[in-house]
Design a protein around this ligand. Sequence first.
Ligand SMILES: [Zn+2]
Length: 168
Amino acid sequence: MRETLVLNASFEPLATVTLRRAVVLVLQGKAVVEHAHPGLRIRATAVELPVPLVIRLCRYVRVPFRRQAPWSRRGVLVRDRNRCAYCGRRATTVDHLVPRSHGGADSWLNTVAACAEDNHRKADRTPEQAGMKLLSEPFVPTPADAMLLALGGGAAEAELPQWLSLSV
Ligand SMILES: [Zn+2]
């Protein structure tokens, strides 16, 4: 998939995102196209756009560039696309793998999104102790994820409008 460079409002490079994500940021009015692919257009329902190579955010966001994104509960839910790490259903809570009562940290690698049911079932135990399997391992978000979080986005790639799986 083609990648698009994202500049901060101050023109400082922030991250690269997928073309799909770049188009959505432009359509949402959160970014403007700085450089486009010569001659290529994107056609989607009632919209036509140049294929962006570089976009620039309309509003300055404070993002730790190439550093770790600061941990937050909302960030964990966004990272995990609101899917429970244990059963894959919709998650509304954040579970600490090593419970906080046992010294578990508020960190990207120690937390996963979880549905209230599984969070309650796991209780004050590690997944091993509770006999619960993780569907995927927690990870530290990339600079692009951090930027999208700072933008107040959060719609995961999979939740973007389908018409953007587009004709370039
Ligand atoms: Zn669950």
